[in-house]
Design a protein around this ligand. Structure first.
Ligand code: COA
Length: 337
């Protein structure tokens, strides 16, 4: 299923960006002390060397608010009318976490709600925010992806624990024109609930994952979504300067790159230092790539995601000239320690 941008309303334009990672880095060697695994296995099968894990007292709202605060500062405007938070790890079963984040930012009174599409959540949230802008419901929207994915695996599960980690990323979207740098292109979204058992967390239980099957679906769906989003934007795959994929496994990103003939120099890859941060993964990767110069103003980007559900999604944009933000990998928010 797709949502091509045929609405004649205003476009959603990225004009703020922020990210937050917990300062505590857990290396593969540290995990090996608790799990029957090895640094070599984790590195070669996943590309992960270390991941950031939040202290028990740090909530999803804490991470989300830190990333959102940085995004609002980067655009110099907190005049937003809606906050959309993509998360799989809300602080409570109810209420949603978004109103808490809005209140923490001094934005009490605005529309605020959560979106649950697991690792595709950020792309779903972008599409939702773009719809709010296109319909005239909001002129500026905060879109946040924040997750404490490391809280979901069983402590002794060597299959899932090395993969998942914590973090948050955020963008501010404003009402604008399709021709502007930063304008989101058509958004491709999809789901297939017949494969829900491949990755799920039962009520009161721990994460259960069928890794190899999930791996194959991830490659197929991200390739298809990328192709479709690029085509709907009127581009060719060769026009894409940087693909910013959900960071689940470097071998998944490599396989997507090989299938689409997108070389390593055109793929944003941050998983070695972040692990899989769920809905935070794409905005975190963007923030890191914008800070270290991997993504530059004028670059044609394709954001592409896949997650449990199954869900998938992709969109395109030309990267705008934003105020440089600090690297999330080096700027560890002190208040999250
Ligand atoms: N350390 C050492 N051995 C491990 C291990 C670990 N951390 N985890 C699994 N193994 C073992 C398995 O028990 C298996 O042993 P066996 O051959 O004796 O049965 C062997 O390694 C191979 O396991 P397999 O699951 O086939 O490995 P894989 O190459 O598929 O890699 C994943 C496993 C999980 C890394 C990979 O399947 C993956 O990344 N899948 C996608 C996960 C994902 O993206 N999830 C989120 C989606 S958003």
């Amino acid at each position: 299923m797709t949502s091509p941008r045929t609405n004649p309303g205003p476009a959603a334009v990225v004009f703020g960006l922020g990210a937050a990672l917990p300062p505590c880095s857990v290396s593969n060697a540290q995990l090996c002390r608790e799990l029957d695994t090895s640094d070599e296995w984790i590195r070669t099968r996943t590309g992960i060397r270390e991941r950031r894990i939040a202290d028990p007292g740090v909530s999803t709202a804490d991470l989300a608010a830190a990333a959102a605060d940085q995004a609002l500062q980067s655009c110099g405007s907190s005049d937003v009318q809606a906050l959309v938070l993509a998360t799989t790890t809300p602080d409570h079963l109810m209420p949603a976490t978004a109103p808490t984040v809005a209140a923490r930012l001094g934005l009490t009174g605005i529309a605020a709600f959560d979106v649950a599409a697991v690792c595709t959540g950020f792309v779903y949230a972008l599409a939702t925010a773009a719809g709010l802008i296109a319909s005239g419901t909001a002129q500026q929207v905060l879109v946040i992806g924040a997750d404490r994915m490391a809280s979901l695996p069983a402590p002794d599960d060597r299959t899932t624990r090395p993969l998942f980690a914590d973090g948050a990323g955020a963008v501010v979207l404003r009402s604008g024109d399709d021709s502007e740098a930063g304008a989101l292109g058509p958004v491709v979204l999809g789901s297939d609930g017949t494969h829900r058992d491949l990755l799920l967390v039962p009520h009161g239980g721990h994460m259960q994952m069928q890794g190899p099957q999930l791996f194959r679906h991830a490659v197929t769906r991200m390739c298809a979504a990328t192709r479709q989003a690029v085509q709907l934007a009127g581009w060719h795959i060769a026009d894409v300067d940087r693909v910013v994929p959900h960071q689940a496994n470097s071998r998944i990103t490599d396989a997507v790159g090989r299938h689409l003939a997108i070389g390593t120099d055109r793929r944003v890859q941050t998983i070695a230092h972040t692990g899989n941060t769920g809905a935070a993964s794409i905005p975190l990767a963007l923030a890191q790539a914008a800070a270290d110069g991997t993504v530059l103003p004028g670059h044609r980007l394709c954001l592409t995601a896949f997650g449990a559900g199954l869900t998938w999604g992709a969109t395109t944009l030309i990267w705008p000239d934003l105020k440089p933000a600090p690297s999330p990998l080096h700027d560890t928010a002190k208040e999250l320690s």
